[in-house]
Design a protein around this ligand. Structure first.
Ligand SMILES: O=C(O)COP(=O)(O)O
Ligand SMILES: [Mg+2]
Length: 223
């Protein structure tokens, strides 16, 4: 499918541009070990990614049979420990998916504006983008804690359009998770679902994005 009249492409980060699960799993397992629990297998941790750091930690504690509610005393300690470990391992094992760098450059050179809307905490985004030489590619970058709500709420996408003076019709959301597609639909925005990321072990096609792609570089055929 070809998108007509688009001027803005909004990208998700984890599972879309960046295979960050190995470092998220590393940091979660260091946290679990610090707290006296056994490490969890990486494929299991992968299925917990998508709703930001707090939910990731909460799911890890729940997996260990610990009170995971976000007002429990364990929770805050665990979150602080996780954030410190992840800060130290933002790009230890994480890699851009195949074709991501060149495809972003080509989309930008073709005149499209690019934006990043992730549920990852804002403090991690700049160091990660810098490490992959992507810092100057995006016109705007929003983290999961930039606004009061995060994806699947439509607000981060609407806010991005507003900030860039773009209408929702001129924008498209590209992501790997149901949170990306649900946010796009709630914002009345068209969307692309990528099949290779993290979506709670569910097929992204179940969310009926406008386009489903197996490879990031196939985006070039849509614009
Ligand atoms: O940090 C997460 O849980 C997911 O981040 P994402 O929105 O970039 O996929
Ligand atoms: Mg994602």
């Amino acid at each position: 499918m070809q998108f007509d009249n688009k001027t803005l492409v909004i990208f998700d980060l984890d599972g879309t541009l960046l295979d960050s699960a190995p470092d998220l799993a590393l940091a979660i397992n260091l946290m679990l070990t610090d707290l006296g629990f056994e490490a969890a297998p990486e494929p299991v941790i992968r299925s917990w990614v998508g709703n930001g750091a707090q939910t990731l930690v909460s799911r890890a504690l729940q997996y260990c049979g610990c009170d995971s509610s976000q007002d429990s005393s364990h929770f805050n300690d665990a979150l602080v420990i996780f954030l410190a470990h992840y800060q130290a391992h933002l790009t230890t094992h994480s890699v851009l998916y195949n074709g991501v760098f060149d495809t972003l450059m080509q989309l930008k050179q073709s005149g499209l504006q690019l934006a990043l809307v992730t549920n990852k905490p804002m403090r991690f985004i700049d160091p990660i983008l810098s490490a992959f030489k992507l810092r100057d590619v995006f016109s705007i970058t929003l983290g999961g804690d930039s606004l009061a709500v995060k994806k699947p709420h439509p607000e981060p996408l609407l806010h991005t359009c507003e900030q860039l003076g773009t209408s929702v019709e001129q924008a498209v959301m590209v992501g790997d998770s149901k949170n990306d597609i649900l946010a796009a639909k709630a914002a009345n925005m068209q969307s692309v679902g990528l099949t290779y990321g993290y979506n709670y072990n569910e097929a992204i096609s179940l969310q009926s994005p406008d386009v489903v792609l197996d490879e990031f570089s196939h985006l070039l055929q849509c614009f």
